[in-house]
Design a protein around this ligand. Structure first.
Ligand SMILES: [Cu+2]
Length: 538
């Protein structure tokens, strides 16, 4: 096995990542679910900064190919471990195993692993936490930590949803049926009884805390569609981390978090010992499930075993949907050099919208600069290595942009109305990089009229292009009308091929992506097993 990316002087953490399928009921309604290492909810993955990580991915699904991506990790020196399908590898077929090897470098914070092929990330995800010998614990003054993964759940299987999105008839996925916390939830009240008479194990996730302490809650949005407002009754939160970067702390009553984003908040358990409802609800969309409940339980509360809590009849009041509700507070910590924004050397504009295409194809495609991403016939990076990729554009139907070492790339994401003339919000994620998130605005981005670029900015990997106007309204503008824009900036310093895409999987599979082919001459040789996976039996 060729694993050149590991640091001989660092400890190595080994993980199995077996993905299989079974029947289960994450929200009390039975359906086909995917398991990680035979479990749902799966166990979080914990490593330390500087660790080597070796993950053996085994595809024990019956029909679907698989890739595993760790969202937010940079994979420096190990771009082949990124798990972007058809970009850094061909998807792993059923009955095969693959080893992902990389070093986490100096990254610290809250990340998550998820499957990345087709719509698999709807059902395969688990936290990936990078610890740092309690340095952040001491700096921030908390006693312990808890993970809260927010997601959504469709009763229809991902295969059926995929057929709708990519089949000639085009059927939008629609809203999820339930909102989950740490992989479980409740569609309509407590769980009913299984056909064999046993109760389903899920209803509401319970986060147990002791009184009189300060906890770091690592909050991950792994949803397919939901931009969430998250809050805990009776408690305020102090936000301290955004996508792995410590930020200047600020106190807030409710957090807003888009798909793919992570925040840490500090929570002080200074209230009377009892159960407190925790809620996440969908914002920036007019429809969707309203059952995003879980519990914060003080261990001293003496809740009788088996007691069934009564869900509040009303949701917490919805915040005003303004883009800068939280973003105006997001600033890097003073003296953190990572927050200093360098001048750009090159600007790239990505206009994106959805378009109806002829009925002989998938009827709706999302395009970046009029090009929709379709799976290239072979991996972009591998083709580059083999000398088969003469120009980046050879590889794909979509857009591949070549980046040279040291370029400072100013990216403008210009959102436009969809095929129905409606503006939507889109979480935008870049692989292989963090970026300085430089703000957003309504309408059309014009350089001369854009707000000045701040001298310091939060450095993260997932941001939002807001709808700004016309939110889910009846069509009021022709398709392709500018809705709003987002600006971010990054340095081309990580040789590899990196996906830039919408983190709504249903948009991604309909083409909403482009790729950067970055410093291709310095991309390391591929692992010896690339696209030649070892068989397993299961
Ligand atoms: Cu989108």
């Amino acid at each position: 096995m060729n694993v050149p990316v590991l640091n001989q002087n660092a400890p190595t953490k080994y993980f199995d990542f077996d993905v299989s399928e079974d029947y289960g009921a994450p929200d009390c309604v039975e359906k086909v679910i995917r398991l990680i290492n035979n479990e749902w909810p799966p166990k979080p993955m914990h490593v330390n900064t500087g660790d080597n990580v070796v993950i053996t991915v085994r595809n024990k699904l019956f029909t679907e190919s698989l890739t595993v991506h760790i969202h937010g990790l940079l994979f420096k020196g190990a771009p082949w471990a990124d798990g972007a399908p058809h970009i850094t590898q061909e998807p792993l077929p059923p009955g095969k195993e693959q080893v992902l090897s990389f070093n986490v470098g100096d990254q610290v914070g809250t990340y998550f692993a998820h499957a990345h092929n087709n719509l698999q990330e709807l059902s395969v995800y688990t936290p990936f936490i990078v610890h740092d010998d309690n340095m952040e614990m001491q700096a921030l003054g908390y006693h312990d930590e808890r993970i809260i993964t927010l997601s959504d759940n469709y009763h229809r299987d991902t295969d059926a949803l995929m057929a709708g999105l990519r089949g000639p008839q085009y059927r939008w996925t629609g809203d999820a049926q339930s909102l989950l916390t740490n992989g479980i939830g409740s569609f309509q009240g407590p769980c009913s009884i299984r056909p064999d008479g046993q109760p389903y194990p899920s209803s509401w996730s319970i986060t147990e805390v002791q009184p009189g302490r300060t906890y770091r809650l690592r909050i991950i949005n792994a949803a397919a569609l939901g931009y969430f407002q998250f809050q805990i009754s009776g408690h305020r939160m102090v936000v301290v981390e955004a996508d792995g970067m410590l930020i200047e702390p600020f106190e807030i009553e409710a957090l807003t978090i888009n798909s793919g984003q992570r925040y840490s908040v500090l929570l002080t358990t200074d209230q009377p010992p009892q159960d407190y409802w925790v809620n996440h609800q969908i914002i920036w969309r007019r429809t969707g499930p309203q059952n995003g409940w879980s519990l914060l339980r003080y261990t001293s509360a003496n809740i009788p075993f088996g007691a069934i809590p009564v869900v509040p009849s009303v949701l917490p009041p919805r915040l005003p949907e303004v883009p800068d509700y939280m973003e105006r507070f997001l600033l890097p910590r003073l003296n953190d050099p990572r927050g200093v924004v360098p001048p750009a050397t090159r600007q790239l504009m990505f206009r994106f919208r959805s378009q109806a295409s002829p009925a002989t194809e998938s009827r709706v495609r999302w395009t970046f600069n009029e090009r929709d991403w379709r799976d290239p016939v072979n991996t972009i990076m591998l083709m580059q290595k083999l000398g088969q990729l003469r120009t980046p554009q050879d590889a794909a139907h979509g857009q591949v942009v070549h980046l040279r070492r040291g370029e400072v790339i100013d990216v403008i994401m210009q959102g436009q109305t969809n095929q129905m003339g409606v503006c939507e919000d889109h979480p935008i994620h870049l692989h292989g990089h963090g970026f300085w998130d430089l703000g957003s605005g309504p309408g059309t981005f014009i350089n001369e009229q854009a707000p000045p670029v701040p001298s310091v900015a939060v450095f993260r990997d997932t941001t939002t292009v807001y709808a700004y106007s016309n939110l889910n309204a009846a069509a009021a503008a022709p398709p392709g009308t500018d809705c709003g824009w987002r600006r971010f900036r990054f340095v081309a310093d990580n040789p590899g091929a990196w996906l830039l895409h919408c983190h709504i999987p249903a948009h991604l599979v309909n083409g909403m992506a482009a790729a950067f082919l970055e410093i291709p001459e310095d991309i390391p040789a591929p692992p010896s097993d690339i696209n030649n996976w070892r068989p397993i039996s299961f």
